[in-house]
Design a protein around this ligand. Sequence first.
Ligand code: ATP
Ligand code: MG
Length: 589
Amino acid sequence: MSTLLLRTLRDDPADAEVASHRLLVRAGYIRRAAPGGFSWLPLGWLVYRNVERIVREEMDAAGFQEVHFPALLPKEPYEATGRWTEYGDNLFRLQDRRGADFLLAPTHEEMFTLLVKDVCGSYKDLPLSIYQIQTKYRDEARPRAGLLRGREFVMKDSYSFDLDDDGLQASYDAHRAAYVSLFDRLGLPYVIVSAMSGAMGGSASEEFLAPMDVGEDTFVRCTSCDYAANVEAVETPAPDPIPLDGLRPAVVHDTPETPTIATLVDFVNARPATRRPDRDWTAADTLKNVLVNLRYPDGSVEPLAIGLPGDREIDMKRLEAQVAPAVPEPFGDEDFTARPQLAKGYIGPGSLGSGGATGIRYVVDPRVVDGTAWITGADSPGHHVIDLVAGRDFTADGTIEAAEVRAGDTCPQCGEQVEIARGIEIGHIFQLGRKYAEALDLTVQDQHGKPVVPTMGSYGVGVTRCLAAIAEASHDDLGLCWPREIAPADVHVVVAGKDGGPQRPAAEELAAGLEAAGLRVLLDDRSGVSPGVRFKDAELIGVPTIAVAGRGVADEDRPTIEVKDRRTGDRIDVPVAEAVDHLVAVCRP
Ligand code: ATP
Ligand code: MG
C-alpha cells in the first residue's frame, strides 16, 4: 500500500446519501467525476472486474455469446424503432462535426437486431442468445446514491432471437436460470417480481430486486402465496359487478365547504338527508377525480382525468408506467381557467369522458365496477352527488392502474393480504416479441424458404449497480465487508509495529508466502502511519481476512500472526511458521 493509489477518508462525503456510496468513496474505491459519473481507483477497479468476471462467467456458462458494440451510435436505427423520440429527456443526444445526429446508447436492442439481420439469414442460425458488458448512458432525472443510479453505468445486456413463442419462452427461461445462479454467486439477496415492460413494449417481464430499503422500487408480495410484483405491475382485483336493479337513485346535495374528502365524509355522515341507511360513509365511498396533463414525446399535450376511491392517492410511478411513453404533468390553474365547465374541488363524471361536458378522457380505478355507488362531485361549486352508480349514471372511457397499493390490499393471486417492501432493481428480463425485428426488417428464412420475423427477448443486469448493492448488503459500522469472490484481495496484511521493528519483515515474508501460494494480498507497508490508522483502514477497505504482524511476532518462544475475520471479528493467533497454510485454508476452503 505504500505505492498504491489510495486515499481513505475519515469523514463521509457530503453528497453521499447511502452506505455504499459513502463507504466506496471513503475506502478509496471510487471518486465522483461528474453528476452520476465516477472514476475508479485501483482497489475499486479490482472489485469492479471481479463482479464483471462473475457476470461474464455465468453468461458464458449458459451458452450465451459475448459481442461488443459502440456506445456512440447514429440516430437512424433508434428513429426506425421510435425510441429516438420515445426515450425523451433520458437520452443523451449529440451531433458530429457535420451536424449528423448521434446518441449515447441507453440500451442496445436496435444494434443487436441489426447485427443479427446482417449476419444471420436462416432458421438454422437460431436460437441465438448474445450479450455484451458495456457502458450505458441515461440522462436520469435524479442521478443519486452513487453507483446505484448513475448517468454513465455498466450494464450487461443480452438479447435472444427465436423463431416462435415456444423458443422465446425457452430462451427466457434460460436467462432466468442464469440470473438465479449469477445473483446467488454474487451473494445478493433477491426477489423475482412481475414487472411492466415500460417503454420497451412487449409482454412477459420480471425483475430481480434486492430487497433493501435504499432501493427505489417498491414491490408487493403476498403474505400467504408466492405472488410478488413490482408495484407498477400490480393488478387490482376488480370486484364483481353489482346488479343495477333496486339501487338508490343518484341525488345532488348542497354540500358547502367540503373541498376535501375528510370534510365531505364528515358532512354527509352528520346529516339525516345525506346519511347512508346501512352504515357510515367512508372515504372509500367517495370517487375523487384527478386531472393531469400527459405530455407525449412529440411535444403534444392531452389532459386525462382519473377517477379513484377517495381514500387512495395516485401513485405517480404506477401512473407513469401506465401512460409511458407520455409523461404526466400537473394540471395547472390556467388549464382550469381554459375549461370553465370544471368546478375545481367538485369535479364529477358529468364533466368528464367522451360523453361529458369537457370531453376529457376519463379512466377509473378497477374498483369502479358497474353497480358501485359513489359520492362524487356534481360539477358545481359546493355540490356533490350521492349514489352516482357506475354503469347506470356514468360510464368511463376505460380503467387505469394508478391508485396507490397498500399493505393489507387483496392479493390478486390468492385473495389474502399483500405486504409492501422496497428493493434495488439489479436485473430485468422480458419478452420483447417482434417489435424491434419488425421495425428494423429482420427476417430469416424458415424450412420452406419463406421469410419469418424472429421474436426477441431482452435481459439486463446492472453491473455497477450490483457492485453497490453488494456493498449495501455487506458492510457494518466500521466499513465494507466484501464476499471473498468480490473482494479486492483475499488477505489484508497489516504491519502493526514501530518502523524498524521485526513486524515489517515478518509481514513482508508472510505476504510473499501468501502470494506464492496463489492468494491475492494487500500489504499495508506504509511507513509513518500508526497501527490504529492501519487497523481502521483495514476495516474500512473490507478485505475478508486481516492478518496482523504485531506484538506476537516478537514472541521468542512462539512467534505468532493474528488472523482476524473481517465480518465476524473473530481473531486467533497462528504460529508464524503455519500462517501461510492456515490462511490458504481460510481463503480456499
Ligand atoms: P430503473 O427502473 O432503476 O431506472 P430500468 O428499468 O430503466 O431501471 P433497464 O432498462 O431494465 O433499467 O436496465 C437493465 C438494468 O440496468 C436494470 O435492471 C438496472 O440494474 C440497471 N440500471 C438501469 N438504470 C441504471 C442506472 N441509472 N444506474 C445504474 N444501473 C442502472
Ligand atoms: Mg427495468
